[in-house]
Each structure stands twice: as structure tokens, then as C-alpha cells.
Design a protein around this ligand. Structure first.
Ligand code: NAP
Length: 276
């Protein structure tokens, strides 16, 4: 999706994938800085490791405590930090890496645009408290939901996220475990559903999909997970995580270029790559 967008914007850039071992991340980032890459994306487990390895953190990275996007910046004569690709004539006197997080906003944008859901005042059940689930829980809470229910295989992880939410958003009612009655949204942030024979990510003895108006699965491959299939059969509105992937990438591209991302070009490229 990034290369399709880069072509659509007429930029002479190229987006490449590198496999980096966590113990080599610091060296890889130093290399990207030295080679003056325009920017980088990071995926697990590098998102949290990079927090201590960058020169500056945007507020988004500080808020969500994870870096998924890096911009290489140069310092100009006036001591202002600018994207490195803007230095076409005179080289910068210093180069730095600034870390951003585009994942959290992408969750809310995908819920709004792909599932037609505004979170304010809503009751939400979130399944999973790993990297993606933790960011989703904090972001959903920051959108002034009325009530948030957290369920995770390892309850202590959900408990520590709940404690953080109570500190940051005292107005949100947060509970561990399944809700009674209806919820506006049930969201899967576990990895259950990636493999074809995975069980559903929820305990059907404790929660029926008929209690959920909308079901969102962060998984996008397969396009229809067993959870989404069951949710459709129960009459729920559904969406998968493709939009999350798309919008975090679109925002990253905007951070690098300073220009609006060609979102539809990116969506089509992503669909073609993932679903054929
Ligand atoms: P992670 O940090 O490894 O967390 C995995 C989560 O799944 C944890 O809550 C874990 O529970 C739970 N889990 C794993 N196996 C389980 C099992 N057998 N039974 C019950 N729960 C189980 O991974 P992540 O990065 O948060 O990713 C989570 C999901 O989100 C993945 O499916 C990933 O593909 C998806 N994702 C999508 C996007 C997107 O752009 N659409 C972005 C990021 C992630 P424990 O805490 O008990 O281990």
C-alpha cells in the first residue's frame, strides 16, 4: 500500500521490508539515521523497545507508549527540525529520529468509517490485552465510552490495563469480565481467529453474540474469521481489521510526506495484496 501511494504521489521513494532481530534494533535505527532514510515503520516487538532508542517522541508515542512510525529529521540553519527529504540543497547540521504512534487513531477511525460507530457514551467489550489490545483499551477509554469490559486469557494483564485506565480516565466505568445485557461493540484483539481451527475468542457460556450490536475483529486475514461469521449469523454489524492497518499506514505516510495520503489507492493495493 505504501509503494502504491508513493507512486500515486509521484515520489521517487521506495518502501522496503527488513527483518531485524530485537537485539539489533538499536543498530538498525542508527543505520537508518546514518543513511538518512525518510522514515520507518516498526512492528512487534520493536514498537515498545524503540521508545528508549529514538531522539524525540511525539505526543502520540508518549501517550500510547509505543512507536510504530519514525521520521528522520534534519536541523536547519535556524535550528528548526524538518523532514530530512526537505534538505535538497544544503545538508542538515544534525540528524535525529522522531517516534510517533499512528495505531491508536487508526482503531477509532476504522470503527467510525468501517463499522459506522462513534464510541462516545457506548458500552464496549474488549477481548485481549496484548500489545494491540492494550493500546485499543486506552484509546477506547480516551473516547469517553460509558463502560468498558476487559477480558483476557491472562487476567493480570487486563487488570494492569484497567488500573492504568482508572488513573487516566476516572470517568470511564471499567470492569474485568463479561458484561450483562447489551454492548454497542465487542472487539477482538486476541490472536484467536488467525488459524482456521481456532475457537472463538469469547466464552459463549458467559457472553452471547446476540448481546453485541457491532463486532469488530482486528484480524484481517482471513477476511472473515469464525468470530465475524458467527456475529453475522447473530445479526451483528461486522468489520475486520483491514481498516486499522490501512489508516495507520495512511497516517504514517502523511507524517513522512506532509501531504494527504491517497487512501483509496492504498486500500485497493492492500486488498489486492492480502486477498488477491
Ligand atoms: P500479542 O501482544 O501477542 O497479544 C495476543 C493476545 O491474544 C493476548 O491478549 C493473548 O492473551 C491472546 N491470546 C493468544 N493466544 C490465545 C489463546 N490461545 N487463547 C486466548 N487468548 C489468546 O499480539 P497483538 O500484537 O496484541 O495482536 C493481537 C491481534 O491483533 C492479532 O490477531 C493481530 O493479528 C491483530 N492486530 C491487527 C492489527 C491491524 O492492523 N489490523 C494490528 C495489530 C494487531 P494472553 O495475554 O493471555 O497471552
Amino acid at each position: 500500500m505504501q509503494n502504491a501511494a508513493i507512486a500515486a504521489l509521484g515520489l521517487n521513494w521506495c518502501y522496503l521490508a527488513f527483518e531485524v532481530r530485537p537485539e539489533e534494533l538499536r543498530a538498525a535505527l542508527a543505520g537508518a539515521r546514518a543513511m538518512q532514510f525518510v522514515g520507518l515503520n516498526l512492528t512487534v516487538p520493536h514498537k515498545s523497545l524503540a521508545m528508549d532508542m529514538v531522539d524525540a517522541l511525539d505526543e502520540s508515542a508518549r501517550t500510547w507508549r509505543a512507536v510504530n512510525t519514525l521520521r528522520v529529521e534534519g536541523r536547519d540553519r535556524n535550528r528548526a527540525w524538518l523532514p530530512i527529504h526537505q534538505f535538497t540543497h544544503e545538508p542538515p547540521d544534525k540528524v535525529r529520529l522522531q517516534g510517533f504512534n499512528t495505531d491508536a487513531d487508526a482503531i477509532v477511525r476504522s470503527l467510525r468509517e468501517d463499522a459506522g460507530l462513534e464510541l462516545r457514551g457506548k458500552r464496549v467489550l474488549l477481548l485481549g490485552a496484548g500489545g494491540a489490545g492494550g493500546v485499543a483499551a486506552l484509546k477506547v477509554a480516551s473516547e469517553d465510552v460509558a463502560e468498558l469490559f476487559l477480558v483476557n486469557r491472562t487476567p493480570s494483564k487486563a487488570a494492569s490495563i484497567a488500573a492504568e485506565i482508572r488513573r487516566r480516565h476516572p470517568n470511564v466505568r471499567i470492569q474485568l469480565g463479561y458484561p450483562r445485557g447489551e454492548v454497542d461493540l465487542a472487539m477482538n484483539a486476541t490472536s484467536l481467529g488467525l488459524a482456521p481451527n481456532d475457537p472463538l475468542p469469547l466464552d459463549e457460556q458467559q457472553f452471547s453474540l446476540r448481546q453485541a450490536r457491532t463486532v469488530y475483529d482486528m484480524i484481517y486475514r482471513p477476511a472473515e474469521t469464525p468470530l465475524l461469521r458467527a456475529a453475522k449469523a447473530a445479526g451483528c454489524r461486522t468489520a475486520n481489521g483491514l481498516g486499522m492497518l490501512l489508516y495507520q499506514g495512511a497516517k504514517a505516510l502523511e507524517i513522512w510526506t506532509g501531504r494527504p495520503a491517497p487512501v483509496e489507492v492504498m486500500r485497493q493495493a492492500l486488498k489486492k495484496n492480502i486477498y488477491g
